[in-house]
Write a protein that binds this ligand. Structure first.
Ligand code: 5GP
Ligand code: ZN
Length: 124
């Protein structure tokens, strides 16, 4: 997609603060962060929205989700709860906005990973 901002970032036509990259995804800092940590996990393939995904994207979506806790940990907002989720500190949000009513502004699939010490926008 020649006019897509995230395709341009993925192909390095536009610079970004990249924190992780492999053959399938690129992860960079959101230009307008909602919190101390705000990463975007972006597939290199141009897929407009989560609603455009099918079975063939299962592995990619799994990779994106599993990257979130690792990247959050590296960015300083990992969750350190026990096996049962008790007594933990830290943590982060994972978010796919889909379509206009879902608040999507960039129509290239991306997973927001948002966290850091509270309070921040949208967090009490
Ligand atoms: P959406 O609302 O589509 O889920 O989120 C799009 C996100 O992309 C927004 O949080 C916005 O700040 C971010 N964004 C838009 N353009 C750019 C850009 O050129 N570079 C970076 N790093 N982030 C962008
Ligand atoms: Zn794109």
């Amino acid at each position: 997609m020649t006019d897509c901002i995230f395709c341009k970032i993925a192909s390095k036509q536009i610079p970004s603060k990249t924190v992780y990259e492999d053959d399938d995804v690129i992860v960079f800092n959101d230009i307008n962060p909602a919190a101390p940590v705000h990463l975007l996990v972006v597939p290199k393939e141009h897929i407009p929205t989560l609603a455009h995904c099918s079975e063939r994207h299962s592995a990619l979506l799994g990779k994106m989700m599993l990257l979130a806790p690792k990247l959050a940990q590296e960015a300083g907002c990992g969750y350190d709860g026990n096996e049962d989720g008790s007594a933990g500190n830290g943590g982060f949000k994972t978010l796919f906005n889909t379509g206009p009513d879902g608040g999507q502004e960039v129509y290239h699939l991306h997973l927001h990973v948002i966290g850091g010490p509270k309070p921040w926008r949208g967090q009490r």
